[in-house]
Design a protein around this ligand. Structure first.
Ligand code: LHQ
Length: 277
């Protein structure tokens, strides 16, 4: 599926990113992986730039929601394997270095970011490309997209958080079969299994994902941050701790201006205007 990012004419690359396009409209920071000739595979520059974009988004109160997608026919083919050829002296790469120094910090930052990250998977998502989609908070995929845990095909095991997230989303049996075989899973199956939020017709992907993101951008930022944190925490907490966490969260949110505004707007039968306080 060939995609032109929505609002491509408005895309600003004022930070001079080499591998990623960004634009900020209506509170939505649209992030477009832009190495289509390499199927948007991750090289060191793209890892660094994506991390910088997440860092900047954390600081920028104009950014209320993020939307990650990609240019061209693929979403992301994972690690750029041309960077992984044996070194000239015949030595092998220590793969823990890029995981420890680049991928893992990026993924931790995505999870820690107090703003929702929407992902629109426009084509194949392989290896770390699948992991990126899974690490997002809400993932849409085009009907023609597929997810491939291609790690085993090149003699590796899934990384970038996949072995943690995937069994929790789709159960250990499906996660195991996907990981061992490296067989592609269609967007339709991914949606049926709960690996992603929705599979949509190719031409609807960006409009639907953007609509969803724009709606979230109008939401109460503290509430959205709390929802993201609490659903994330639920995977580790027991029931009783989660009840305590919900109580503490609701206490904090109950003191916000946005909660007062939400209740007032409900009474006045008008949309709320949330300010993030
Ligand atoms: C590529 C790539 C690619 C470079 C297609 N790199 N060029 C983390 C940390 C540390 C270490 C290691 O790994 C990781 C995590 C990982 O992500 S490991 C997994 C790495 N990714 C893969 O193994 C996927 C490799 N690619 C594929 O299996 C296929 O290309 C897919 C299924 C993605 C797409 O298949 P097709 O649609 O048939 O396209 P293609 O294979 O013909 O590729 C098109 C071009 O893109 C081709 O280049 P060319 O110059 O011949 O047109 C490929 O060489 C290039 N490409 N993936 N990862």
């Amino acid at each position: 599926m060939l995609l032109t990012p929505i609002g491509a004419t408005k895309m600003t690359n004022n930070q001079n990113f080499e591998t990623i396009l960004t634009s900020l409209n209506d509170g939505v920071l649209q992030i477009t992986l832009n190495r289509p000739e390499k199927l948007n595979s991750f090289n060191a520059i793209m890892r660094r730039e994506l991390t910088e974009i997440i860092d900047n988004a954390a600081q920028n109160t104009d950014v209320r929601c993020l939307l990650i997608s990609a240019a061209g026919r693929a979403f992301c083919a994972g690690q750029d394997l041309s960077d992984r050829k044996p070194l000239q002296n015949g030595e092998k790469h220590d793969l823990s270095l890029s995981l420890n120094n680049e991928y893992n910090p990026l993924l931790r930052k995505m999870k820690a970011l107090g703003k929702p990250i929407i992902c629109a998977v426009n084509g194949v998502a392989a290896g770390a490309g699948s992991s990126l989609a899974l690490a997002s908070d809400v993932t849409f995929a085009a009907q023609s997209a597929r997810f491939i845990l291609s790690f085993a095909k090149i003699g590796l095991a899934p990384d970038c958080g996949t072995t943690w997230i995937l069994p929790r989303l789709i159960g250990p049996q499906r996660a195991m079969a996907m990981s061992l075989s490296g067989d592609p899973v269609s967007a339709q199956d991914a949606a049926k299994w709960g690996m992603i939020w929705q599979c949509v017709p190719d031409e609807d992907l960006l409009p639907k994902a953007l609509d969803f993101a724009k709606n979230l951008a109008k939401g109460a930022p503290n509430a959205l941050a709390a929802i993201k944190a609490n659903i994330g925490a639920a995977w580790q907490n027991d029931y009783s701790s989660q009840l305590d966490l919900e109580r503490d969260t609701q206490q904090k949110l109950g003191f916000t201006e946005d909660y007062s505004e939400g209740v007032r707007a409900f009474g006045e039968r008008r949309p709320p205007h949330f300010c993030g306080k």
